[in-house]
Design a protein around this ligand. Structure first.
Ligand code: SF4
Length: 359
């Protein structure tokens, strides 16, 4: 292991030139030192007592033609998730009003599509316009977008787009065969070009190596712009998916992943997403100490559970944390949707990845 003092200090500015070696050197630090460095970076950019809260609502669940090995919404796996049609705008608006009444300021519409068809765009654009008219920020996760589609969504008022890289480029083919890594990068490029903010992260615990976890963070941090939000999902193993039965990830390795993400993308919201339900309060506390500052709150992520609101509130109380209040920047109380039941009343979509996706 490289001596602590030899691991290069992280400069204050944002970097997009991370090498795999230096990321692995961060991973290899003694956990206490890694937490200290991540906590220091966290404090330079955020109030460490504040956590952004997000709720997901799915506007179109299941029946997805893709083959993401972790996903219960893929129609080829038998997971008991029923496919639904795209929700009507009025129903989405009812959820958005509930979300607003509950204090949310951002509303994200998630659909389990490989990509929207051009004929879907006007209806989604209508939802976006109407949600925006309620005074909410808008967020969506609909799968891959063309440049034209991204512009149309932006013109309708879409502020944020979620699209995850999922894992390292070299491991991607082990998880998904129905699309290429470059397809993801292309969509992210279209989203940025259209003037929208990006929410982009991945999933760990899928059988990847530490080097591949480092590879995911390298791909994320070396994007032309760091994602505004970086969801780090821990695989939720769903019976019927190919990844059911995968060896569990060491919880401390998950903490390291959060800490290294915080150091590499210091101004991004690092979000605990899918898999949080299976984490103890103590592990979540370690993740907050490592620089996580966003969670999905009180809902069910798609077909996978999420700790309920009361448990979250109790945990915040025990840890002396509070929900981040709204500002004009990234520090926003956040109701990303991907569900359809309640917290803010939505139901859970969820590839269980928090990808809000369509992955
Ligand atoms: S993760 Fe998204 S794209 Fe992949 S199968 Fe699930 S819904 Fe489809």
């Amino acid at each position: 292991m490289e001596a602590v003092s030899e691991v290069r200090a992280v400069p204050a500015g944002l970097r997009h030139d991370w090498s795999r070696e230096e990321i692995l050197a961060l991973f290899a630090l003694p956990l206490t030192e890694l937490l200290h460095r991540a906590g220091t970076v966290h404090r330079q950019h955020f109030d460490p007592a504040e956590v952004q809260v997000s709720t997901l609502l799915s506007v179109k669940t299941g029946g997805c033609p893709e083959d993401c090995a972790y996903c219960p919404q893929a129609q080829r796996y038998h997971t008991g998730v029923d496919a639904t049609k795209l929700m009507e705008t009025d129903a989405v608006l009812a959820k958005a009003r509930q979300a607003k009444a509950a204090g949310a300021t951002r509303f994200c519409m998630g659909a389990a599509w490989r990509s929207p068809k051009d004929r879907d765009i006007p209806k989604v654009a209508e939802m976006i316009r109407e949600v925006k008219a309620l005074g909410l920020e808008t967020c969506a996760t609909l799968g891959m977008l063309s440049g034209t589609q991204a512009k149309a969504l932006r013109e309708a008022g879409l502020d944020y787009y979620n699209h995850n890289l999922d894992t390292a480029p070299e491991f991607y083919g082990e998880i998904i065969q129905t699309r290429e890594y470059q397809d993801r990068l292309d969509t992210l490029s279209h989203v940025r070009d259209a003037g929208m903010k990006t929410c982009c992260g991945g999933i760990v615990g899928m059988g990847e190596t530490r080097e591949q976890r480092a590879g995911l963070l390298q791909a994320l941090a070396n994007l032309p712009a760091h994602p505004d939000s970086v969801p780090i999902n821990k695989l939720v193993q769903v019976e019927g998916t190919p990844l059911a039965g995968t060896a569990a990830l060491d919880p401390f390795e998950f903490v390291r992943m959060i800490a290294v993400a915080r150091i590499m993308m210091p101004r991004s919201m690092v979000r605990l997403s899918a898999g949080r339900e299976s984490m103890s309060d103590e592990l979540q506390a370690l993740c907050f100490a490592a620089g996580a500052n966003s969670i999905f709150y009180g809902e069910k992520l798609l077909t996978t559970g999420n700790p309920d609101t009361e448990r979250d509130l109790a945990l915040f109380d025990r840890l002396g944390l509070r929900a981040m209040q709204v500002t004009e920047t990234a520090n926003t109380v956040h109701a990303d949707i991907v569900d359809a039941e309640p917290a803010f009343g939505a139901a859970s979509m969820g590839c269980g990845t928090g990808c809000g996706c369509a992955a």
